[in-house]
Design a protein around this ligand. Structure first.
Ligand code: 5GP
Length: 191
């Protein structure tokens, strides 16, 4: 997606530890016009899928999913929670995730009330690095018996192996920008 790539080149910052910072427009301050274009593009790519729910993970995924959902007929957005909370009552789907950015392990959970075999789920996230977050979300979709439409990713870091592993598993992964390297502070795209 050309508009997104131009924005990454203009406002993205590559740090030496392979982390791309896009907090001025995507995951801290959010550019809503850009997110609407992102929503249109995901809709175009997943047009044939009868999506009934969008599943993401807190925190950065939520705002993106909320805008994108409006391009899928206002389907509900469900976000996996990273912390135990008294608000999370009843039976849960859970998965263990290793955080790329924080280097920690945590459990994610989704209430069984909000996903089931009647659903067709589109998973969304801001970044794909080693694929741990997506693998956790995929486990939850599998456990729920829902059908998977695929995974929509705003920025995939193609130099890390998450995307390759997921596609080898037969998962449809649609990434709007695939970064092939961020070495020396210079951002390069795969195509
Ligand atoms: P993965 O589980 O694929 O290794 O990492 C994906 C998660 O880590 C995303 O949900 C995202 O929040 C975070 N992440 C991974 N790489 C980056 C990065 O380069 N920049 C930012 N801002 N977040 C990242």
């Amino acid at each position: 997606m050309e508009l997104l790539k131009q924005r990454i080149l203009q406002d993205g910052r590559a740090t030496e530890d392979d982390v791309l910072k896009v907090d001025s427009f995507l995951n801290h301050q959010m550019d809503i016009s850009l997110l609407n274009e992102i929503g249109k593009e995901f809709r175009r790519r997943f047009a044939g899928e009868p999506v009934t729910k969008i599943l993401t993970i807190e925190a950065s995924g939520i705002g993106i999913a909320a805008i994108v959902a409006q391009h899928f007929g206002n389907v509900p957005v469900v976000f996996a929670k990273k912390t135990q909370s008294r608000n999370l009552d009843g039976a849960l789907y859970t998965a263990r995730v290793q955080s790329f950015t924080k280097g920690t392990v945590y459990d994610i959970q989704v209430s069984r009330k909000f996903l089931g075999p009647q659903d067709c789920v589109l998973i969304l996230d801001d970044f794909l690095a080693r694929g741990q977050a997506l693998q956790g979300l995929l486990k939850i979709v599998k456990d729920s018996g829902a059908k998977l439409a695929g995974c929509g990713i705003v920025i995939e870091k193609g130099f890390q192996d998450g995307g390759r592993i997921l596609r080898a598993q037969g998962v449809r992964v649609e990434s709007l920008a695939i970064v092939s390297s961020i070495s020396g502070g210079k951002i390069t795209f795969a195509e």
